[in-house]
Design a protein around this ligand. Structure first.
Ligand code: ACO
Length: 370
């Protein structure tokens, strides 16, 4: 029997603090007009000091679980796609697992830059389709504001913080994620990178002085690459799914630059209205951009049960990919007050469990004499 992976819950979380183009014009040598006309971005959300990639990811995941009517205990797998993890290790996904109290879940991070959410969806779908897993949390989460050089006008105007999450669940009913594509070209790795802090250039006084711990980008080259692959990946996934391009109800592209989305629409011969666009309010939130756009589109009634949607993204690596989704099962939406308070209780229990485990480890190490 074929097993499909359906999206049964979705959620998003963005910091409250908003940074407008006007604010940026006071910080670096730029103008509101330049940013808007070259990128389509008006404002972006920036994490408060106490917010991190894991905290935004956990908030988005809780919303998705609430909507799905599931508890964290029912999740088998957590994948966090991120380009701004809390640490090189442990994985941000493990921190999310602990905060949720998802005690039965395996958890790992996935690094494919802005294409990461699509890669993560593809991996989770395969894990479900082959029968090993029933339910997976797929999260895209970023605090890019922590790795951007706020004195570099060529990059700091582009990015924002946020997180989006899907709950995938196995089903015998046809639908959900029907096809996907994943591509890479490491020969373009230098076009968009965070050079230092890894094993190639371990953090040192010199790397910090040279600013190698910040995002570095060749904007025009990435732009050229993006306009090409957005079109090819969209065509490829429709072919794979056996669905004609004109029968696609919505395309949810990675939100990097409105001009890239407009070029893709033109090349595909589709009206821009068919594309979900919110880059004006969030900027580029990397792995979080596609799930955030999906959440808003569902909320606004732009994605409805029965719709066929294409997700398409590109990013550092270079990577690019796409996913074809038939939006069949709407969220179970168990929003009753008792469910919400039950969920809140689970949150407290997860925190207590984490403390108890840490305390137990300390006691054990005190008595352990190896
Ligand atoms: N304000 C004012 N002027 C600026 C700014 C700014 N914020 N940034 C650059 N400029 C200047 C440049 O210095 C240059 O000046 P010069 O002609 O005197 O040398 C001029 O504007 C033109 O610069 P370009 O880089 O050619 O500008 P372009 O029109 O290509 O736009 C942009 C730049 C917006 C970055 C565009 O190239 C782009 O969107 N590229 C794709 C970036 C992207 O999508 N990155 C994310 C990938 S996903 C991921 O993995 C994170």
């Amino acid at each position: 029997m074929t097993r499909y992976a359906h999206i049964v819950g979705w959620g998003m979380s963005v910091p409250r603090r908003v940074l407008t183009n006007g604010d940026l014009a006071q910080m670096v040598d730029t103008s509101e007009d330049w940013i808007l006309s070259r990128t389509g971005i008006r404002e972006r959300h920036i994490a408060e000091p106490d917010q991190t990639t894991a905290s935004l990811a956990t908030d988005a995941a809780r919303q998705a679980l609430l909507l799905a009517g599931l508890t964290p205990l029912q999740i088998d797998l957590i994948i966090v796609a991120t380009s701004s993890p809390e640490h090189i290790f442990p994985a941000t996904a493990c921190l999310v697992q602990d905060r949720l109290g998802a005690t039965h879940a395996g958890a790992f991070d996935l690094s494919a830059a802005c294409t990461g959410f699509i890669y993560a969806l593809a991996v989770a779908t395969q894990m479900i389709a082959t029968g090993g897993y029933e339910r997976a949390l797929v999260i895209g989460a970023e605090t890019l504001s922590r790795i951007v050089n706020w004195q570099d006008r060529a990059t700091c105007v582009l990015f924002g913080d946020g997180a989006g999450a899907f709950v995938l669940q196995a089903s015998a009913q046809e639908g959900g994620l029907l096809a996907h594509t994943m591509h890479s070209d490491g020969s373009g790795g230098d076009l968009l990178s965070l050079p230092a802090g890894g094993s190639r250039f371990p953090t040192s006084k010199e790397t910090v002085e040279k600013g190698l711990h910040y995002v570095s980008m060749n904007g025009p080259e990435v732009y050229r690459f993006a306009t090409r692959v957005m079109v090819s990946a969209t065509r490829e996934v429709t072919r794979k799914a056996g669905i004609r391009l004109r029968d696609i109800d919505r395309i949810v592209p990675h939100q990097a630059n409105l001009r890239i989305i407009e070029m893709a629409a033109k090349s595909l011969g589709l009206p821009l209205e068919r594309f979900v666009v919110n880059v004006d309010r969030y900027g580029n939130t990397s792995t979080a951009s596609i799930p955030i756009a999906v959440c808003e589109a569902v909320e606004a009634g732009k994605i409805k049960p029965g719709n066929r949607i294409v997700l398409v993204g590109f990013g550092a690596g270079l990577t690019w990919g796409s996913a074809m989704i038939e939006w069949v099962i709407a969220g179970q939406g168990r929003q009753a007050a008792w469910w919400r308070s039950g969920f809140f209780l689970l949150r407290i229990l997860a925190r207590m469990r984490s403390w108890l485990l840490q305390a137990q480890r300390r006691v054990e190490s005190f008595f352990w004499r190896g």
